[in-house]
Every structure is written in C-alpha cells, then in structure tokens.
Design a protein around this ligand. Sequence first.
Ligand code: GNR
Ligand code: NI
Length: 172
Amino acid sequence: MKRPILIHPDPRLKKVCEPVPDLSDDLRRLADDMLETMYDAPGIGLAAPQVGVTRRLIVLDCVKDEGEEPRPLVMFNPEVVASSDETNVYEEGCLSIPDQYADVTRPKIVDVRWIDRDGNAQAETFDGLWATCVQHEIDHLNGKLFIDYLGAVRRQMITRRMQKLKREQARA
Ligand code: GNR
Ligand code: NI
C-alpha cells in the first residue's frame, strides 16, 4: 500500500529516529509499503520518517537503467561504519522537498552495516550514487535534510517555498 510522503517543514522530519529492536510483520509491511511508495514517486530512496514513522528504517534502489534488474534494499538500523576522505558532489533532491535541487558534498565511498528484511546482518561498500543516496537516507533518520548542508539564506528560501506549497495543497 502506498503511503503519503510528508513535506518539509514537519516536526517528524526533524526527529532522531528510534532503533528497531526486533523485526515484526508490521515493520516488514512498512518496508514493503515504503518500497512501493518510493518506486511510485519515483525516487531512489525513502526513509521511514518521510512517511511519518520515526524508526531507523530506510529503503533504496539506485539502479537507474531501464534494462537493468532492480535492486530493492531494505535496511533496518543502518550505520555508516567508515567513509572515504575522497568526496563527491551530487545534485540532490528529496521527495519531502519537491522540485528543489542543490549540490551536496559527501564522502565518495562508505561502508554500511544494517539488518536486512530477513533479520540478517549485512555489510557492503557503496560508491557513486548508491553512497550518496544511503548517506542522504541515514541523515533522515537523524532528522537531517540535504538543505541543512546549504547556507542559511538558501535553506530559508527553500523552506518558505515549501510552506507556500503546503498552504496551497491545504486549500486545494
Ligand atoms: O529520489 C531521490 N533522489 C535523490 C537524488 C540525489 C540524491 C539523493 C536522492 S534521495 C531522493 C529520495 C528521497 O528523498 N529520499 O529520502
Ligand atoms: Ni530525502
């Protein structure tokens, strides 16, 4: 089932999310709903707080080419355990900040550990768009948005645009 995506500013997007102590059918259902919501948007990642659940759960699939096999990843309690000194700049966007894009500098390569959908511990090294996306999603779990990397003036301009968008959506 598709779930509505919260739009910034929203207090639930600013919270530090709680770790998931044990997997449950409810949490697996939430992960499946998040994947459906992400693919439908369409987006390459989604974090639980974006659908109003402040738990440490993210989903992502950065396979972009039409012909290529999709690779849906579900990560409970994901952690960056090492990051490269080398950085990468990507023009980032966010489903909670529609139609706003900005260059963000992050470590180019990250080692990530997480618990998968079956409850198994996983570890993998990510590079390129996957590394950017997994860092963007883990930031969401810490109440951080990509606009927090921008200067205050630019951030406030984007926030005002989103407040206006939400007012218009509320009236429609
Ligand atoms: O769909 C998304 N695209 C994207 C592009 C560049 C860097 C990060 C992202 S994540 C974003 C989906 C989203 O908001 N995830 O939280
Ligand atoms: Ni986002």
